[in-house]
Unconditional design. Structure first.
Length: 141
């Protein structure tokens, strides 16, 4: 084999290896084909909402979340081929809050009811809980 062919082969092999490596590190954007509305108890402030948001967003297959601290709703858009809504409620409970499935909708149904896409009304972070900025203890009821 000539020197040029060896160099070309090594460059091609290096490029392919780099692409394979990058493919493992790039997270594909999850598309929500379902929206679960969870009735959640124990949410008292923005810190609670942030903790729930982090917990739900860590679930593979969740595209967007929002937490309504005033009404006690957790809303998550998710890929129903990758997970069941019960897993999302379970994740909220594991973070210290009571949570049950109230309704499962399509993104189109959610938009028709609310006039917006899920995740466009995401919870703000901030603290209080009457405990100096953090939610202490298990708040589930």
């Amino acid at each position: 084999m000539s020197r040029n062919k060896i160099i070309t082969s090594m460059l091609v092999l290096s490029a392919v290896s780099l692409l394979v490596l990058l493919a493992f590190h790039v997270r594909m954007r999850v598309t929500a084909d379902s929206v679960v509305v969870l009735r959640t108890t124990g949410i008292t402030c923005g810190s609670c909402a942030s903790r729930i948001n982090e917990a739900v967003q860590s679930v593979k297959g969740v595209a967007a979340t929002e937490v309504d601290t005033e009404r006690g709703w957790v809303i998550a858009g998710y890929d129903s081929k990758k997970l069941k809504p019960e897993l999302i409620a379970q994740k909220v409970r594991a973070s210290g809050f009571g949570s049950e499935i109230d309704e499962v909708l399509t993104p189109e149904q959610f938009k028709k009811i609310t006039g917006r896409a899920v995740g466009q009304n995401a919870a703000s972070s901030g603290g209080c809980c009457g405990k100096g900025g953090g939610c202490g203890g298990n708040r589930a009821s």
